[in-house]
Design a protein around this ligand. Structure first.
Ligand code: IPD
Ligand code: CA
Ligand code: CA
Length: 257
């Protein structure tokens, strides 16, 4: 446990350093290219951020395994595995809409035990250690108490292959939009998850998410007493989270469980 605390403090220092640099680089010209489709982007700042974090981890914890969005799997011998999204919300970043974050989860013996999500523009640090609760900038957070769906504000997102694969969440969006108090699409799955943990959003669902999008955020919600469901499919994870009441309502509509 003490070791987890030490790791978390390292992560917080490193994500603050990376976030500060991301905000500077966002204002300057940067290179970018597309990945799985024309709308799935990676910028040189994603790559720089990932390399910066990997260098720090490798110097401090040389035996830990690392999984990152941009460079994949880096083998290690220890029981620890880091799961990193260097910029979650790359499309926002590329458009200089400053709503993006760094998301880092750490697994011990296959189970997520540390989650940190840092949103540089608003200087918000979400963190959790398994069994110890979740905090936002050091203060405990918990999911909302909203019970009725027609008063709930929920978030979602749409996959990068939405133009070519009809399993693109539009059907679920149509089923839910008329039943909720409000719906939001922030452009960052990790930020969406943290908004549910902080009680600002009452629920969130999305499909085709990858482990680096959700590893930290799911732990943060669980530690904030939220309910979570994640199920790995061929193209990624179906994810549903919320306060328990809104989770159950959304689950009834999505029919995922
Ligand atoms: C994306 C964001 C977005 C979600 C996409 C993710 P990226 O991650 O989290 O909100 O809808 O499914 O891939 O590409 O910005 O790291
Ligand atoms: Ca992501
Ligand atoms: Ca990313």
């Amino acid at each position: 446990m003490n070791e987890w605390l030490t790791i978390k403090e390292h992560i917080k220092t490193w994500v603050k350093e990376v976030g500060k640099e991301q905000l500077i680089r966002m204002e300057q010209p940067f290179q970018m290219k597309s990945k799985s489709s024309d709308i799935d982007l990676v910028t040189e700042v994603d790559e720089w951020s990932e390399q910066y974090l990997m260098d720090k981890i490798k110097s401090q914890y040389p035996h830990h395994a690392i999984m990152t969005e941009e460079s994949g799997w880096h083998e290690g011998q220890a029981e620890y595995e880091w799961v990193i999204d260097p910029i979650d919300g790359t499309v926002n970043f590329a458009h200089r809409f400053p709503f993006f974050c760094i998301s880092i989860g750490v697994k011990f013996q296959g189970e997520t035990v540390i989650g940190v999500v840092y949103v540089p523009k608003i200087d918000e640090m979400y963190e959790a250690i398994k069994g110890s609760g979740a905090t936002l900038n050091g203060k405990p957070i918990t999911v909302s108490r909203t019970e009725r769906l027609n008063q709930a504000v929920v978030a979602t997102g749409f996959p990068y292959d939405r133009a070519t694969d009809p399993n693109n969440n539009v059907n679920h969006f149509n089923a839910i939009i008329t039943k909720v108090g409000g719906i939001r699409r922030t452009g960052s799955a990790a930020i969406d998850l943290c908004q549910v943990a902080a009680g600002r959003f009452d629920g969130y669902w999305e499909l085709k998410l990858q482990e680096w999008d959700i590893c930290a955020g799911l732990l943060i919600i669980e530690e904030a007493n939220g309910k979570t469901f994640s199920y790995k499919q061929e193209k990624g994870y179906q994810v549903l989270v919320g306060n328990p009441a809104v989770f159950n309502e959304l689950s009834g509509i999505l029919n995922w469980e």
